[in-house]
Design a protein around this ligand. Structure first.
Ligand SMILES: [Zn+2]
Length: 79
């Protein structure tokens, strides 16, 4: 058996624990960004009144429910 001092054992356990938390965090962020991208796919921002609304891809120029202006299927930017 390899002799390991107690501080090194605690340090190794801490590193493994933090690596696990970091891995779960990264996986959660990837899943969250994919879900947010799917939610924004059908979202349209009106170029006149800047109101966001959803419309199906079947309609070529969906009308804004607020001002009635026709809009193209350009999803709004995230930032
Ligand atoms: Zn509008």
């Amino acid at each position: 058996m390899i002799p390991i001092p107690i501080p090194w054992l605690v340090f190794a356990a801490l590193i493994v624990f933090l690596a696990g938390i970091f891995f779960v965090w990264i996986c959660y962020e990837i899943a969250r960004k994919r879900h947010a991208a799917n939610d924004r796919k059908d979202l349209i921002q009106c170029h006149l009144c800047t109101r966001k609304f959803t419309a199906e891809k079947l309609v070529s120029l969906p009308l804004c429910p607020n001002c009635g202006s026709p809009n193209e299927h350009i999803p709004p930017r995230f930032f």
